[in-house]
Structure formats: C-alpha cells, structure tokens
Ligand binder design. Structure first.
Ligand SMILES: [Zn+2]
Length: 145
C-alpha cells in the first residue's frame, strides 16, 4: 500500500480510537478493516466491568463488516493509545483468520511509531476450516460471496 493510503487508513483508525469505551484500563484502540471491494469498517474497544465481556476494536470492526456482507479483507489498520504499535490479540487473530490470512495489518502508536505484518505472520499455526475438513468456508460454501 502506498504511504498515502496507509496514512489515510491510520487516520481513520485514530478517529475510531476516540470512540473507545475504556474506563478501566484507559487503553484505547481503534480499528479499520478494509474489505477487498474497498469498503471500510471501523471499531473501537468496548470494556466492561466484567472484564471477560470486553470486546476488542478488531472484532467490533469485523462484526460490522460481516453484517454488511463483507467476507474478504485486504487491510486492517490499528491505532492504540500506548507507547508502541500493538498487534491484534490472539482471539482477534483467530477471528480474523476465519476470513483469510492474507490481510495486511498496519498499526500505529499514539506517538507515531508504525509496525506492519500479515495476519499469516501473526498466526502461523492457526486452527482453521482445514482442520474440520474444509478448504475454506468462504470459498467452499460461497458464504457471503
Ligand atoms: Zn483482540
């Protein structure tokens, strides 16, 4: 992706971060998931007093995207309020991998440092549809195609 595209996506992630509900940790995260057709879906973390109920920004964006019919994603942009760029947590890596591991993840810290990976680099030995005998649910069933 070009520098301008990356900057635009990270600006949108920073904007999403401003909506975070993080009264307990103060750690705010914004995510923008870009579908193959160019549509973009944003999310922010939503904390809860019962901490296991907390939902990450990435899964908020993923749920919104799936609701809109998107099933393939080319990029995920993250912005977090910490000192260094964050990568998606293990649960989010697994959730995102359901829809393919080619997604590029770019992350910016609030201070400006940037890191970039593919989802496959972040979750190399994932459990997936193949473990259940499927090649890919999205490809094999046409779900959402
Ligand atoms: Zn997560």
């Amino acid at each position: 992706m070009s520098g301008a595209e990356r900057a635009e996506l990270l600006d949108l992630a920073r904007e999403a971060m401003r909506s975070a509900y993080a009264p307990y940790s103060g750690f705010r995260v914004g995510a923008v998931l870009e579908a193959e057709d160019g549509r973009r879906f944003s999310g922010c973390n939503v904390e809860n007093a019962a901490s296991s109920v907390t939902v990450c920004a990435e899964r908020v964006a993923l749920g919104t995207a799936v609701r809109a019919g998107a099933r393939r994603f080319r990029r995920l942009a993250l912005c977090a309020s910490g000192a260094r760029p964050v990568s998606p947590c293990g649960v989010c890596r697994q959730a995102l991998s359901e829809f393919g591991v080619e997604t590029r993840v770019v992350s910016v810290a609030d201070g400006g440092d940037v890191a970039e990976w593919t989802l496959e680099e972040l979750l190399p030995a994932r459990f997936g549809a193949g473990d259940l005998g499927w090649r890919s649910v999205v490809r094999d069933t046409g779900e959402g195609a």
